[in-house]
Design a protein around this ligand. Structure first.
Ligand code: GLN
Length: 489
């Protein structure tokens, strides 16, 4: 099919699936069409896994100068960035087209893309089906890819926000190692965890986008410097087959739904049949990772969001000019921030307060360190960011990658999650936050539950029943993680 035909198909789907609320703003159709007209290449055959001329959707917390950047929050409504984020610039330099900005949970805080100033993202697995959660917080990006409204999408993943929506919508979602992709121009949620991630229909497409974005950015102080990148490159030339696959026993929790457990087992059996070996591993700190995450992320958020006060940043509440500063701040923040964001700010301000910091924030930092050590104990390669050797006291079976579910359940119904208490919503992140706390590369790939269910009617609509299976690797082993994902998908 020609590129023009594809561009027209993406645009047609943008109208057809507008009710899913995946986008908060769309690029001018002419931007997509003009590329289609001038490009002579065949979209599928000669340009496979190449970003040139491809429409890529951008999560609305990543700055673009042509389209608004609201992070789905009221306090940034109407904000247009004077510059493009580095990741957007890199994509455009590589010839890609920005398709639009995608809906999300406000500032990235949430797991179902329901906490949005632009209204919730809605997913339908089948036409007559009930509304499902598209996952969050990059639910708009994931759904835009799943419903073929764009070729690929960028999201952000702080504690699972690329992988969870990928799992719920049936697409591939990749969170690279922390520090590889630039955060310059990305609206901060929790700096020490925030990672730009990539969503696509297959691993090859995701890998192609990753290759364009994986570059040092002097504007981002946490961007991995060239010397360390060179070292990672050298280390990753080791031969990768057959692989030692780790099965984390601590992830086999009682709330894991049977369909997810089946898909996990099937994936492991498949890898074993390919000649790889399977090894049970223990990651005991996993059970504390979630609590630690929900201390650390809100703590960083409360500090990051302090600047939105209606004076330095953010749209000021109406009719309060001339009131004392404290009133102006309170009204602006009360109106501009949604309830979940307010909850996180309060939580964060509390855990950082003098009477609570020792019992909460400091403890959570310690748990984070133990989670990192857990991973370092089981991986066969040394973490390149850790000095010295990580020999653990007891002899444990070392592995190359870990394979586990992305979430305990398939996509839940939207009605159920709307009235969910916050703690239950946080539980969705139980399998994704450990890799975030350790900064490790992790990818979610869709594994079908019932492949025969797919009908011709839904052929362009990848919403057949699937669950997400996650591959986690040692820091810097991003290429290996993509390779294993490609073998499984
Ligand atoms: N659901 C998690 C949270 O609300 C993760 C969000 C994310 O990765 N941005 O913090």
């Amino acid at each position: 099919m020609s590129l023009l035909k594809h561009a027209k198909q993406y645009l047609a789907n943008q109208s057809k699936y507008a009710h899913l609320n995946a986008f908060v703003s769309l690029a001018e159709p002419s931007k997509l069409l003009s590329r289609g007209e001038t490009s002579t290449s065949d979209h599928v055959k000669t340009r496979f896994h190449d970003v040139t001329d491809k429409p890529i959707a951008i999560k609305d917390n990543i700055c673009t100068k042509d389209l608004k950047t609201t992070a789905s929050t009221g306090i940034l409504k109407g904000f247009t960035s004077p510059y493009d984020a580095t990741v957007v610039k890199l994509l455009q330099d590589a010839g890609a087209v920005v398709a639009g900005k995608t809906n999300m949970d406000e500032f990235g805080m949430g797991s179902h893309s329901t906490h949005s100033h632009a209204g919730p993202v809605k997913m339908y697995r089948h036409t007559a089906d009930e509304e499902k959660s598209a996952g969050g917080s990059s639910g708009g990006s994931a759904l835009a890819v799943a419903s073929a409204q764009c070729w690929a999408a960028l999201g952000t993943d702080t504690g699972g926000s690329v992988r969870l929506p990928a799992a719920y919508t049936g697409v591939v979602g990749f969170k690279p190692s922390y520090g590889l992709l630039s955060r310059w121009g990305v609206v901060a949620y929790a700096n020490s965890l925030d990672t730009v991630g990539i969503l696509g229909k297959n691993v090859g497409d995701v890998g192609a986008v990753f290759d364009k974005l994986n570059a040092y950015d002097p504007q981002d102080p946490t961007s991995l410097p060239p010397s360390t990148r060179a070292r990672l490159e050298k280390d990753s030339t080791r031969s990768s087959t057959p692989l030692r696959i780790g099965i984390p026993l601590d992830y086999n929790i009682t709330t894991l739904q049977p369909a997810v457990r089946q898909a996990w087992l099937r994936t492991l059996r498949f890898l074993w049949e390919q000649g790889h070996s399977l090894h049970p591993v223990r990651l005991p700190a996993t059970q504390h990772a979630l609590s630690a995450y929900y201390i650390l992320a809100p703590a960083e958020a409360s500090s990051n969001l302090a600047k939105y006060d209606g004076v330095r940043y953010g749209s000021r509440a109406e009719g309060i000019d001339g009131t004392p500063e404290s009133v102006l701040f309170a009204k602006t923040r009360g109106q501009g921030f949604g309830p979940e964001v307010q909850r996180r700010i309060l939580l964060g301000a509390f855990t950082l307060s003098a009477q609570a910091i020792d019992n909460y924030f400091i403890q959570a930092q310690k748990v984070r360190r133990v989670v990192q050590q857990d991973f370092n104990n089981v991986f066969s390669t040394q973490n390149p960011l850790v000095e010295g050797t990580s020999e653990s006291a007891e002899e444990v079976d070392k592995v190359d990658v870990i394979v586990c579910p992305t979430a305990p359940t398939p996509a839940p119904s939207l009605a159920n999650v709307k009235d969910q208490d916050p703690i239950s919503a946080y539980m969705n992140d139980v399998f994704t936050v450990p890799a975030s706390l350790a900064g490790l590369p992790a990818i979610s790939i869709p594994v079908q539950i019932t492949p025969e269910d797919q009908t011709a009617e839904h052929a362009d609509y990848a919403f057949d029943e699937s669950v997400g299976i996650q591959v986690i690797g040692q820091y810097g082993d991003d290429k290996l993680v993509l390779e294993v994902a490609d073998a499984v998908a």
